[in-house]
Design a protein around this ligand. Structure first.
Ligand code: PXP
Length: 240
């Protein structure tokens, strides 16, 4: 199971002062040293954290592990992705006022835009993943839209308590199975931390986990390399 580390928060701290530090590229390099199998950046329309120059610098240096570009399915972002050529793109919904991505894509409403973006990216050889809620119909629509992969939104599982948490975990498991039945690569992410990741990593057939906040938060105490290696060993031991 791959561990993709999202370094957006490093840029968030830098943008708080508009200084040169901390540098998301340096963080990405240290995350890779700690065992990250991939680096994720989300280039937002409002450029609130990652800037275009970060994406260019990270693409230039991150070659041995997967660079995953999270983005909205807009013409501007598709143009940038085709130029930068990340190893994969994850299409996400984007709202200006949100603190973080709040849920999976609305595949019905966004169908035409998504289909266009998927075709343009895949046409140039960039694999595309769709960030979706763990709903079985969304898996089917993702396959119909021509996506290579989906990323199952684990936020509801992460936030739920008690019996509801068990129910949400079950929804994620069913979505993973349905993804495979539809020949999709299945990833998962959002809200995963050093504790709740264990049950998700234990689900068979998940290709990769995409984690940001908990790793970057932990890295303030113990450094990013160690924060990543700790998460990596939890994922490895839970997925065995
Ligand atoms: N996957 C997607 C599609 C996301 O938008 C995010 C947040 O940027 C993550 C995973 C990582 O979520 P978190 O920061 O809660 O680990």
């Amino acid at each position: 199971m791959l561990l993709g580390v999202n370094v957006d928060h490093v840029a968030t701290v830098r943008e708080a002062r508009k200084e040169a530090e901390p540098d998301p590229l340096r963080a990405a390099e240290l995350a890779i040293r700690g065992g990250a199998d991939g680096i994720t950046v989300h280039l937002r329309e409002d450029r609130r954290h990652i800037q275009d120059r970060d994406l260019i610098a990270i693409r230039r240096k991150v070659k041995k592990v997967e660079l995953n570009l999270e983005m909205a399915a807009t013409d501007e972002m598709v143009r940038i992705a085709l130029k930068i050529k990340p190893d994969m793109v994850t299409l996400v919904p984007e709202k200006r006022a949100e603190l973080t991505t709040e849920g999976g894509l609305d595949l019905r409403r966004g169908r035409i835009k998504l289909q266009k973006a998927v075709a343009a990216l895949r046409g140039k050889g960039i694999p595309v993943s769709l960030f979706i809620n763990p709903a079985l119909t969304d898996i089917k629509i993702s396959a119909a839209l021509g996506a290579d992969m989906v990323e199952i939104h684990t936020g509801l599982y992460a936030n739920a308590r008690g019996a509801q948490k068990t129910a949400e975990l079950h929804r994620v498991k069913k979505a993973v199975m349905r993804g495979h039945e539809n020949d999709l690569g299945v990833n998962a992410g959002h809200g995963l931390n050093y504790t709740n990741v264990k049950k998700i990593a234990a689900i068979k057939g998940i290709r990769g986990l995409y984690i940001g906040h908990s790793i970057i938060a932990h890295s303030l105490y113990i450094g990013i390399e160690k924060a990543v290696s700790t998460m990596k060993s939890i994922v490895e031991s839970s997925s065995r």
